[in-house]
Design a protein around this ligand. Structure first.
Ligand SMILES: Nc1ncnc2c1ncn2[C@@H]1O[C@H](COP(=O)(O)OP(=O)(O)O)[C@@H](O)[C@H]1O
Ligand SMILES: [Mg+2]
Length: 254
């Protein structure tokens, strides 16, 4: 059974960046491990961060299956399920070190309920074939509320030092304690220049989640971002990669 790692937090705080760093580090640390990266954010971005091109999204598959079921011919549900499985594995983008799947952006609708419900089943189904599943979650609380991430081994909350970012992280944490079966949860503070801010945040009672690491703003990453370069093109000892490794190590330590 895979170890499922999920990242969540406010929009724009660095979830996608750190998620891509996790995929790179896990791949380098365990070259034999089968890793699946899931972009579960309809706002997309993980594919660019990982340097892969998406052929087909989960939402494309969902629509194809619905069309097929509607065109009927009395197909059995079991048969359709087999078909879903086949199509999902067909849609995975495979690289030397990981596989990739994107949830996609449902057309027209402002509500992602259908594809979120679908995502939950898919995570359960495909995770059996992988050692690590790393999920870049949608900003905010929706996927926790809808129990998309019902069973997660390690839940990472990402925030900057802003009051709002930490409030979002804390409220996700509160809801997750009720609705998500997770073994461990920790907080990554991203784009924090001065480590002393951490003691201030703690003394102010801004968060009670364990702080795993503090990552400063990284100009090299910002440059890569502008050029559309992936995380694999970032220098191995870049602060983002060092911070991500520290966080992974702390969560994995028994
Ligand atoms: N530590 C960092 N240093 C420099 N730029 C960063 C850092 N973390 C994130 N960014 C940049 O900030 C923007 C938002 O980050 P992103 O990972 O997309 O956030 P989210 O997925 O939470 O919305 C992106 O342009 C990203 O490249
Ligand atoms: Mg993102």
């Amino acid at each position: 059974m895979a170890r499922i790692i999920a990242l969540t937090g406010k929009g724009g705080v660095g979830k996608t960046t750190i998620c891509s760093a996790f995929v790179r580090i896990i791949g380098e640390t365990y070259p034999e491990a089968k890793i699946l990266a899931i972009d579960a954010d309809p706002a997309v971005g993980l594919s660019t961060a990982l340097g892969v091109e998406v052929k087909k999204t989960l939402d494309d598959i969902r629509r194809e299956i619905i069309e097929k079921a509607q065109s009927g011919a009395g197909r059995e549900a079991v048969e359709l399920l087999g078909e879903v499985r086949y199509r999902i594995f067909d849609a995975l983008v495979e690289t030397d070190s990981f596989a990739f799947l994107a949830i996609g952006r449902p057309e027209g609708a402002g509500c992602y309920c259908a594809v979120n419900a679908y995502l939950k089943e898919v995570i359960e189904m495909v995770s059996k074939d992988f050692d690590y599943v790393v999920i870049d979650g949608e900003a905010g609380i929706e996927q926790i509320n809808r129990r998309v991430m019902e069973k997660v081994n390690h839940l990472y909350l990402i925030s900057d030092a802003s009051k709002k970012g930490l409030q979002v992280a804390d409220s996700i944490h509160e809801v997750a304690k009720e609705l998500v079966q997770f073994e461990k949860c920790g907080l990554i503070l991203n784009r924090v220049e001065d480590p002393e801010i951490v003691s201030y945040l703690i003394s102010e009672g801004r968060t009670d989640i364990e702080i795993l690491c503090v990552i400063p703003g990284d100009p090299a990453h910002a440059r890569n971002d502008i050029l559309g370069k992936s995380i694999f093109e970032l220098n191995g000892d870049a602060p983002i990669l060092r911070g991500a490794k520290e966080a992974l190590d702390k969560m994995q330590a028994e």
